[in-house]
Write a protein that binds this ligand. Structure first.
Ligand SMILES: [Zn+2]
Ligand SMILES: [Zn+2]
Length: 250
């Protein structure tokens, strides 16, 4: 199984001979609005041309509809016939862009030998910002012969996420770890502490931190996260922080 970090939470996940593209954001640097008033997003370019990123993909999964997870570049460049999964409630908005095979996952789905389960999330630690930011989802990918991957999505760490990790026992946990903040929101995704708490909660899992160094409302960089991990005794083997363009093989 391979995970290629593209940018933010755009990943190419190669599993069971299929290639899944997550949260496609394909516009160049500064293609979408600023979230924190610092600079337009994304704050970095794609590591490869967009056409290369979407080459040979078999499936697209959109965790939620925020612009840093599904952008106009993706709407324009992705083939309209590619199968797409999303959370319930987001399907019509995706279809409105001409996509022909969009299916919401209520609980779970079996696709081409991959069992995909939708998992819950909270996009802030308080109700005010949860309401503003809306519903979010994560997904677990399970196959017969490859590591089980839990992609947590745009969520903070809270009890349901801990339960999901404890019950699913994923081999790999993908976290969104930039500690983004909007006004008085508090972290709207995991920050360094929450990511390290995931590592401590699941000492037998490899945690792959993503959604880093891409957006202007992030408060945690890859470097910050590594420093915090070192200070807390979490090794590079347990917490992997891929650079944009890097491929991890498990
Ligand atoms: Zn979001
Ligand atoms: Zn996000």
């Amino acid at each position: 199984m391979k995970i290629q970090q593209i940018r933010n939470s755009t990943l190419r996940l190669s599993i069971a001979d299929k290639t899944i593209l997550t949260d496609p954001v394909l516009l160049p640097k500064h293609g979408i609005e600023s979230f924190a008033g610092i600079e337009k997003n994304p704050i970095v370019d794609l590591p490869f041309p967009a056409q290369e990123i979407i080459k040979d993909i078999d499936l697209v999964i959109v965790s939620h509809l925020h612009q840093d997870h599904f952008d106009n570049g993706a709407k324009e460049l992705l083939p309209k016939e590619v199968p797409m999964f999303c959370q319930p409630g987001d399907d019509n908005a995706i279809k409105d862009n001409g996509f022909l095979h969009v299916s919401p996952i209520e609980k779970s789905v079996e696709w081409e030998g991959i069992h995909i389960t939708r998992t819950p999330g909270k996009h802030a630690g308080n109700e005010k910002w949860q309401k503003i930011l809306g519903n979010v989802s994560g997904f677990i990918f399970r196959t017969d012969n490859e590591p089980t991957v839990y992609w947590a999505g745009d969520t903070i760490l809270y009890d349901e996420i801990k339960d999901t990790i404890t019950k699913a026992k994923p081999d790999i946990i993908l976290t969104h770890s930039c500690g983004a903040i909007l006004d008085d929101s508090g972290p709207i995704v995991m920050d360094a502490k929450q990511t390290i708490d995931v590592c401590k909660l699941a000492p037998n899992s490899i945690v792959v931190a993503t959604h880093l160094n891409a957006l202007d409302h992030g408060t945690v960089t890859r470097k910050d996260l590594r420093t915090y991990a070192n200070d807390n005794g979490i090794t590079k083997n347990q917490l992997v922080i891929p650079e944009d363009g890097q491929t991890l093989t498990f």
